[in-house]
Design a protein around this ligand. Structure first.
Ligand SMILES: Nc1ncnc2c1ncn2[C@@H]1O[C@H](COP(=O)(O)OP(=O)(O)OP(=O)(O)O)[C@@H](O)[C@H]1O
Ligand SMILES: Nc1nc2c(ncn2[C@@H]2O[C@H](COP(=O)(O)O)[C@@H](O)[C@H]2O)c(=O)[nH]1
Length: 402
């Protein structure tokens, strides 16, 4: 059992040695991680659109401005910071409401270590804290024409409130009936390449001569709407997702034969002869990898469509053996401006004061961080939140908020 203190910056230099000017407004926190101090918050100019991060290296006495990945929290009236597991800092935004009050700045997680190698710079990564457990996303892969889209459409039609589709980006041209933003985000290669460089994609791959990718936003938009996310991506993309922090179920759809696959692709009539040939050539390698790579948790054969659909529902627990109602979104918490934060084991205690109700009225919000999942890039899930009312007068009531 131990209590981690919360630090507030009180004596930072105005002009940093690397030329970075920190106009301290008393809104920053500093958190020590090994021999580095992470200074978070306080816009370095008035038009800043997000919370800034700087690192002070105690051994060299130098300030470093890291590459900041992930969606960043907006500048705020102040925040509290507390170190978790030596690899991430939990940020509790003051005066914020609902779903925007808990954030994580990853400073030494697996993802951050990988990105440091890739980018060759100091890296930190933001992820937003989400209460409760969303069900695992479903990754569906398989060769072009095997019936992935058909199966996904059947699932979304039968369970519209349960599933949401991750709308990918692609550089290929839209087909006749395809709508931008619904089937794909159709995009220019140069724009997509820049977004990939800026860390906006969970995965991307060159597929049949075009660029395809899943943006973090596409997956998180579905999860934030309380639905279970379905990704229709190729095997290369599935491999990247498997290596990421997204905890998903991986399903590979196999055709009964190459002959059937060819017939389906031709019958769909959406590709030129040259494209059909290219997709069929790629299909052989994809089927080989799908069966042997160890990426996939389940392989389904799509011979008879109805049978394959029933098998898909069965493995997702939708065949009547499990309840089909999706969980309702957890309630939010209103975090007051005045609060203090401490840590005991896997619990963060937020001590909230309500001045208008006098000293006797204090509420304690408990964040249980023992079951955190996921993380940057994306969301950190599995936060459990409890409120204990008026604890200074005795334990009047304990409410589980999520
Ligand atoms: N079991 C099946 N038997 C016969 N035809 C099928 C079967 N499943 C799907 N199809 C048909 O095969 C064609 C290809 O299906 P679909 O477009 O769903 O493939 P896909 O895997 O999503 O392809 P892509 O990866 O290119 O998007 C469609 O015309 C669809 O109606
Ligand atoms: N790696 C990714 N692959 C994707 C993504 N979106 C779709 N795909 C795959 O591309 C092929 C071709 O699709 P089509 O619509 O042009 O027929 C297919 O296998 C899809 O699964 C993505 O975001 N990433």
């Amino acid at each position: 059992m131990g209590e981690a203190p919360v630090f507030f910056v009180d004596n930072l230099q105005d002009e940093l040695s690397n030329g970075f000017v920190l106009k301290s407004k008393g809104l920053e926190t500093s958190t020590d991680v090994g021999d580095r101090t992470f200074v978070i918050g306080g816009a370095n100019n008035d038009s800043a659109s997000s919370i800034g991060v700087q690192i002070y290296e105690k051994s060299t006495g130098k300030w470093v401005i890291p590459t900041v990945l992930g969606t960043k929290p907006k500048p705020c009236k102040g925040h509290s910071a507390i170190l978790l597991n030596e690899d991430r800092i939990m940020i509790i935004i003051r005066g914020s409401t609902q779903d925007d009050c808990i954030w994580f700045l990853e400073v030494d997680t697996k993802y951050v270590k990988e990105q440091k190698k890739v980018l060759g710079t100091e890296v930190v990564a933001w992820s937003k804290g989400v209460r409760g457990d969303a069900e695992k996303p479903i990754v569906i892969s398989g060769p072009s024409g095997v019936g992935k889209g058909t199966l996904i459409n059947m699932l979304m039609k039968e369970f519209p409130s349960m599933f949401g589709f991750s709308v990918s980006h692609t550089t290929r041209a839209p087909r006749n009936m395809e709508k931008n933003g619904v089937h794909y985000h159709f995009t220019e290669r140069s724009v997509m390449e820049k977004d990939i460089k800026d860390g906006k994609f969970l995965e991307f791959a060159s597929v049949h001569g075009n660029l395809y990718g899943t943006s973090l936003e596409a997956v998180e938009a579905v999860a934030d709407s309380g639905k279970r996310c379905i990704l229709d991506i190729d095997v290369q993309g599935a491999r990247s997702v498997k290596a990421s922090s997204l905890d998903a179920i991986f399903i590979f759809i196999c055709p009964p034969s190459m002959k059937d696959l060819e017939e389906r692709l031709r019958a769909r009539g959406t590709e030129t002869e040259e494209q059909v040939q290219k997709r069929l050539r790629n299909a052989e390698a994809e089927i080989e990898q799908g069966k042997s790579s160890g990426i996939f948790d389940h392989i389904l054969y799509n011979d008879n469509l109805e049978e394959c659909y029933e098998n898909l529902k069965k493995l997702l627990g939708l065949d009547g053996s499990a309840p089909t109602n999706h969980k309702s979104s957890p309630k939010g918490i209103d975090l007051p401006l005045n609060h203090s934060v401490s840590k005991i084991d896997n619990k963060i205690l937020i001590n909230c004061e309500t001045p208008e109700l006098g000293n006797a009225s204090k509420n304690l919000i408990v964040l249980d961080v023992s079951s955190l999942k996921g993380g940057a890039p994306g969301r950190t899930r599995g936060l459990n939140v409890y409120a204990i009312d008026s604890f200074s007068d005795g334990l009047n009531g304990i409410h589980k908020l999520s």
